[in-house]
Write a new protein. Structure first.
Length: 130
């Protein structure tokens, strides 16, 4: 099967050696994504809801570049620096996935690479045949 690496153009992709998303066959995996816009600016400093929305918009774009849609997502993993924000983050997740209802894991963590990053999300998708 052909492997397709999807880039977001982030400078860290070449430094760290990763792709925003990878598609093999009908499976797409999107790397852990934080709330940076296409110009490399952190969106939603201090606001976990705004960060979650930006992250899911970025993930949606990566899926589309890979030939997938949000409706193809079967699993999301959400990493949250302050777990007390789980519900507001979950509600934004629900705006994107409420009708899709993928399997989800939401985990409280100590910190992310940048102290201003409050949320990181990764997804897995399977593109339906036909």
């Amino acid at each position: 099967m052909e492997r397709i690496n999807i880039s977001s153009g982030a400078k860290w992709e070449n430094i760290v050696g990763y792709s925003r998303a990878v598609r093999i066959g009908n499976r797409v995996v999107v790397s852990g994504t934080t709330s940076f816009d296409p110009e490399g600016n952190l969106v939603g400093r201090g606001d976990p809801k705004a960060q979650t929305r930006q992250i899911l918009d970025t993930i949606k774009t990566a899926l589309e570049k890979a030939g997938a849609e949000l409706s193809d997502v079967i699993r999301t993993r959400i990493y949250v620096v302050d777990i007390t924000h789980w519900e507001e983050i979950g509600r934004i997740h629900g705006e994107f996935f409420g009708g899709i209802r993928p399997a989800v894991t939401l985990v409280g963590i100590n910190r992310l690479v940048d102290p201003d990053m409050l949320v990181e999300i990764e997804v897995e998708a399977v593109i339906a045949e036909g």
